[in-house]
Design a protein around this ligand. Sequence first.
Ligand code: GLN
Length: 496
Amino acid sequence: MSATANSDLLTITLAEGARRLRAGEITAQELTRAFLDRIAATDDQVRAFVTVTEESALAAAEQADEILSSGDATAPLTGLPIGLKDVLMTRGVRTTAGSRMLDTLIPPYDATVVGRLRQAGAISLGKLNMDEFAMGSSTEHSAWFPTANPWDLDRVPGGSSGGSAAAVAAQQCIATLGSDTGGSIRQPASFCGVVGLKPTYGRVSRYGLIAFASSLDQIGPFTRTVEDAALLLQEIAGPDPLDSTCYDAPVPDFSAELDRGLDGLRVAAPVEFFTGGMDDDVAAVIETALDLLSANGAMVDRSPSMPSVPMALPVYYILAPSECSANLARFDGVKYGHGARQGESMWADMEATRKHGFGREVKRRILLGAYALSAGYYDAYYLKAQKVRTLIRREFDRVFADHDVIVAPTAPTVAFKQGAITDPYQMYLNDIFTIPANIAGLPAISIPGGFGADGMPVGLQFVGQRLDESVLLGVANAYEKLTGWNTTPPSIVGST
Ligand code: GLN
């Protein structure tokens, strides 16, 4: 295949890929090969993948081509190569959650979303790097290696789903799945110049997602376009008897509002999302974006105030560690992955397992959480945080009583250099604008908004009403169509 044909395949979207596969213009094997070759050419620099499943991907592609050529390809994603964050259980494929604790885990079952994508015909190319147990904002906390930002290899891709974002930006996959507890889909999407969607809490089953903070975790897509985000969400969303927190509501057509435009759209830009530590280059991009929205028919209202929103970050750093200290108690070296055998006592084995198996950041979170939940401190920390969570939820409800969406920056800065942030608190501040949506359980999307310092991408965030992903996607799509920035591929080393 010629270099042009090859690079043409690499910038394909799910929508376009599906069309061309069905029209017989390309085959699933060509497409899969092109992406596997791209991974081979670039991943020693990007390091997005923990595991590449070449053999099973090629076998699946062969099967997809048989189905496609027989003309009965009813599954919407038939033959389209995707990647999965390594926090999602994959039957027969090593799943580490970026942790030494799970260095040998080969799950006997698939996460619900993985099964659904398979049913939908998608082909997994492998498992993507992440901060250990999804705790972090730079993918530097992976136990394996850091992932680089394809726009500038000296910078981080964001985190915790850094591998999922970098793989799409580096054209190693058409789309990927990540998870977002406090911003782990949207912040890396912002840093890598791709689309990242966190659905409403409960929209997508968490069964088979290795749990970090169960009241906040949600799985969602990374894509090149908003249209593709809608297509992928369509396949993974919906009730699941294996996750009781999953909404029982029927799944709407997420593409229904894609062409709604911005006319008459009531956009809130609450003051608290526009203060607090945004870099000037990011602020400039966001201001231009607001002007563009207004100039194209949206009514941007800068008057709403959400006084509890600045509390979202401290609330999160009580609730998420508390939930993680409970969730990670299961890693005792007996049932899963790494298990140290000292032979002296069960306690000695457990201590050795956890000491070696967990990295520093994970230990910090477990300690924070155990402290916040301990007798005597529970009321002062955990209970109080839950009360503030309710206040934050109500403030969102109040704004949504007379607005359709909220607009905000995704992250306060562009991607920073690897190794630049060593202070944990500084790292936590990356999520200052993304965490509120998790606290309130609302859907939120980051799309390429423009470019900041050194030509690095800046994400624009929209937050929607509960279960209102269709409108959220419609607004995001309208902005994308105005700018077209999603189509700009990064000039990374190893480009074909
Ligand atoms: N960066 C945040 C944290 O470290 C959010 C992570 C996430 O969303 N999984 O907790």
